[in-house]
Design a protein around this ligand. Structure first.
Ligand SMILES: Cc1ncc(COP(=O)(O)O)c(C=O)c1O
Length: 337
């Protein structure tokens, strides 16, 4: 593994970041005439650019130092940030393992990076040999994977042996029985783990994502991120969510049990050919004529995601409330009759 610093773009290494007014004076005591804010109102002040309160709570819960945590405007911002830190446009490459989350590729196209695509195997696992034979700056992995729903195996073997940054997207980890690799960030200098408040914490509207990595990576990402990337309201919503762990756990359990119930109901339908094992809050379902069924659901105002272009004859169904799931099953029963 190269020294991480050697992987960082030269202009980013030498970048002198914007120093916000709140960087210079950290106390919240005093008369603030430094940031051209309006002195009147409730949301008149810029938010904490480093989100210390939120990070402190995450730090206590995850037993990870605050210096190893970066907060993004959703994990989408973090996916992009990592490319801008490590990848030189028109020169560097990233690896994706489709079928997977689409934004790794979209950002690579925006940032003008070459994309090496190494598809998952038939059972949706990594093709380790093919991945390790490549030379690329970032390898994007997603576990549990979207849209297939399964966890990836051999992650640590790949992280240990890949000669670049491994970005492990754990957006769905809280729905899974698998252990997160967040606790391994100090064992693997090339590992960045991302998580989000959008899924298990039910705060997709709030746009808060988290990156966990060693201090070198986090400090350089801090230089590149917009100074006030997470609003005060968003920080508060995330803090409130972390303060209510019992509600968080109860919702996860409900979604997991609804996932199993929905699976059973779907399997009674004769056009359902296969439901892929899922450790996330969605099911990838193979059906006869998936696109026709997807369209018929839309006519009944039930919107699922047609994934037939990436896994033949499949739709991806997000687990809804018990009554939404019931309505979905009733709508599917109408399709057959
Ligand atoms: C695997 C994966 N990563 C990241 C995201 C985006 O998360 P965020 O809302 O934190 O930007 C999604 C959203 O669907 C996702 O499926």
């Amino acid at each position: 593994m190269d020294n991480i610093t050697n992987l960082i773009r030269k202009n980013i290494l030498s970048l002198k970041p914007y120093s916000s007014a709140r960087d210079e004076y950290k106390s919240n005591q005093g008369i603030f005439l430094d940031a051209n804010e309006n002195p009147f109102g409730d949301l008149n002040r810029y938010p904490d650019p480093y989100q210390w309160r939120l990070k402190q709570m995450l730090s206590n819960q995850k037993k990870i130092a605050v210096e190893n945590i970066l907060i993004g405007n959703g994990s989408d911002e973090i996916i992009d940030l990592v490319q801008r830190v490590f990848c030189e446009p028109k020169e560097d490459k990233i690896i994706i393992c489709p079928p997977t989350y689409g934004m790794y590729e979209v950002y690579a196209n925006i940032n003008n990076l070459e994309i090496i695509s190494i598809p998952l195997t038939k059972d949706f696992q990594l093709n380790s040999e093919a991945i390790l034979a490549q030379n690329a700056k970032i390898l994007y992995l997603c576990s549990p994977n979207n849209p297939t729903g399964n966890s990836l195996e051999n992650l640590e073997y790949i992280i240990k042996n890949f000669n670049g940054i491994v970005f492990l997207d754990e957006a769905y980890i809280d729905f899974s029985e698998q252990l997160s690799l967040v606790s391994k960030i100090n064992n693997y200098p090339n590992l960045i783990v991302s998580q989000t408040f959008s899924k298990a914490r039910g705060l997709a509207a709030v746009r808060v994502g988290i990156a966990y990595a060693n201090e070198t990576i986090i400090s350089v990402m801090n230089k590149v991120k917009p100074p006030y990337n997470v609003s005060e309201l968003n920080q508060q919503a995330a803090i409130q969510s972390l303060a209510d762990e019992s509600n968080f756990k109860a919702i996860i359990q409900l979604i997991q049990s609804e996932r199993e119930l929905l699976k059973e109901s779907l399997l009674t339908l004769d056009f359902v050919l296969k439901i892929y094992p899922s450790e996330a809050n969605f099911l990838l379902v193979e059906m006869e004529n998936a696109t026709a069924i997807y369209n018929s659901l839309i006519e009944q105002q039930i919107i699922t995601r047609n994934r037939s272009s990436v896994v033949e004859n499949t739709i991806r169904i997000t687990i809804g409330t018990p009554s939404e799931n019931q309505k979905l099953v009733s709508a599917l029963q109408l399709v057959t009759s």
